[in-house]
Every structure is written in C-alpha cells, then in structure tokens.
Design a protein around this ligand. Structure first.
Ligand SMILES: NC(=O)C1=CN([C@@H]2O[C@H](COP(=O)(O)OP(=O)(O)OC[C@H]3O[C@@H](n4cnc5c(N)ncnc54)[C@H](OP(=O)(O)O)[C@@H]3O)[C@@H](O)[C@H]2O)C=CC1
Ligand SMILES: O=C(O)C1=N[C@H](C(=O)O)C[C@H](O)C1
Length: 254
C-alpha cells in the first residue's frame, strides 16, 4: 500500500489517551508512515476523510470502538485496533460489515506487545501438561474493563489447547466461597483481576502439577512497548482484507 514515495497515511483514534499518545509518536517516527489525523473524544471522525487516511489505529474505549469501526469500514479505511471489549457477537457484526467492503482489513489484537503475544502462545503450549491453570492479570486502576482482553484471550487459548488434548477438568474442591474469591470463569479457566496504582499492564499464568508449578509472566513497563506491534499491524493490514484477531497472524513466529 505504501512505497518509499508514498508513506502510509495513518490516523490515530484516541490520540490523547495513554496509549494513543505513544502510537502517534511511533507513527511520526516511522519513515514509511505519515500521521495525517489525530482524533480524540469530541473531535469529528470525518477528519479521517478530510485527511484521506488509508488506515486508522484505535485505542479508545469499548463503548465507542464499534461506532468508529462502522465508520471506517463503510469508508474503506483499514483499522488496527487495540481497544478491548470484543466478544463473539461484536466479531460477528464486524464480519458482516466487512462482507460489504471486501478490500478492507481490520486487525483486532488483545495485546500489541510482542512479549504478551509470546506469553499467550507459551501458556497454550504448556496448558495440556498441567492439571491446573489460573490467570492473574494486574493493571492500573484507570482501566475500564475487567478481566483484561489479554487475560480473556489467554484463557480461551488455554481452554482450547486443553480441549484439543482431552485434558481432565481442573481439580478444585471449593464448596463454599465469597463471591469473586475464585475469580471470573472464562471458558473454565479462573481469571483474577488486580487493580493497583503504579502498575501498567502485567499478567501471570500459573500452571500446576503434582510437585511443581510453572509461572509464565509478562510485564508491560512502558506503553511505548505497544508501538512496534501496532506498526507491524499497519504495515501488513493491506495484505489481510477481512477480520483478523490476534497480532500473531501478522508475525513470523515459529
Ligand atoms: N491491545 C493492546 O495492546 C492494548 C489495548 N489497550 C486498550 O486500549 C483502550 C485505551 O486504553 P488507554 O489508552 O489506556 O485509555 P485512555 O482512557 O487513556 O485513552 C482513551 C482515549 O480515547 C478517547 N476517546 C473516547 N471516546 C473517543 C472517540 N469516540 N473517538 C476518539 N477518541 C475517543 C478518550 O477521551 P476521554 O478520556 O475524554 O474519554 C481518551 O483520550 C482500552 O480498551 C485498553 O484496554 C491498552 C493498552 C494496550
Ligand atoms: O487497558 C490496558 O492498559 C491494557 N489493555 C489491554 C488488555 O485489556 O488486555 C492490553 C494490556 O493489558 C493493557
């Protein structure tokens, strides 16, 4: 889509937010891209058309992201989306919109950090080898959703790997518990959410077997760490029309 003569024309939605600010910096620093529009709450999304944007990056809020994507897909603008809140119903809606705009690509990635993508993959690989798997995600207290999109996706991948392997149900003799004490049940995997000031985004996957545990931990220490994954998504999106869920599909992983 872009050549050395014509940098990819990128717009950022949520440009004044904690992640959006970093993405604007990353796009501005990329020699093969041009930041043509920065849109935040209260700004008119039509700025994307005036700027002739070819692709948008969305780090906004689960309550507004579907409206943003409706606009982008209707106007044939590719979208690289970090905003959380995508359940099966939303993904089905998006697929329907994309059928009417077959050249447009939308990438939804629960986490754009390369380390987090690997954490999810390693957790799924390890899950069938252990009796127990639980997830603890830890974030800043301004986060809108719980559990995190990354934790939900990890739980789904773990559950899928265990189903494929024919794993037995996880042992748990709890017969009485305060509400929430065992976390949220995501596809049979307990997920525990911690919100503490000072944290950025962290996750542990704790796997246990008789006599041993394995803990896979990822820490996002600075939101600049989401930039390279977003740029990789932008560079590949024109070659991936339709809906893609997960940055791993755009990476050359073994
Ligand atoms: N996939 C990934 O790798 C990552 C995903 N995320 C997700 O990204 C999202 C944003 O996170 P974060 O940056 O921390 O949140 P912030 O609240 O810091 O930023 C969101 C920004 O979007 C703005 N906004 C709200 N509505 C609109 C709209 N209709 N159009 C344009 N901008 C709008 C907000 O404005 P205002 O504050 O005035 O409402 C705010 O400036 C969350 O869903 C989060 O979970 C976060 C990190 C990594
Ligand atoms: O809101 C955040 O901060 C983050 N959101 C994403 C999620 O919900 O998984 C990604 C990362 O955890 C940071």
């Amino acid at each position: 889509m872009s050549t050395t003569n014509s940098p990819l024309r990128v717009a950022v939605l949520g440009s004044r937010g904690k992640v959006g600010r970093e993405i604007c910096r990353a796009v501005e620093a990329a020699s093969d891209m041009e930041l043509v529009a920065s849109v935040d709450a209260g700004d008119a999304i039509e700025a994307l058309l005036e700027a002739n944007a070819q692709a948008v990056v969305d780090f906004t809020h689960p309550d507004v992201v579907m409206d943003n994507l409706d606009f982008c897909v209707r106007h044939g603008i590719h979208a690289v989306v970090g905003t959380t809140g995508f359940d099966d119903e939303r993904l089905a809606t998006l697929r329907g919109w994309l059928e009417a705009s077959p050249a447009t690509g939308v990438l939804i990635a629960p986490n754009f950090s390369i380390g987090a993508v690997l954490m999810m993959r390693f957790a799924a690989q390890a899950a069938p080898f252990f009796d127990s798997v639980e997830i603890v995600e830890l974030h800043h207290p301004t986060k809108a959703d719980a559990p995190s999109g990354t934790a939900r996706r990890t739980a789904e991948l773990v559950a899928e790997a265990r189903r494929t392997a024919g794993s037995a149900p996880m042992p748990d003799a709890t017969s009485t518990a305060l509400d929430g004490a065992r976390g949220a049940d995501v596809d049979g995997v307990p997920v525990h959410s911690v919100r503490v000031r000072g944290l950025v985004a962290h996750q542990e996957v704790i796997l246990g077997e008789l006599g041993e545990t394995l803990t896979i931990r990822h820490d996002s220490l600075d939101r600049a760490g989401f930039g390279p994954g977003v740029l990789a998504g932008l560079r590949a999106i024109d070659d991936h029309p339709g809906l893609t869920v997960g940055l791993e599909h755009f990476l050359d992983l073994p």
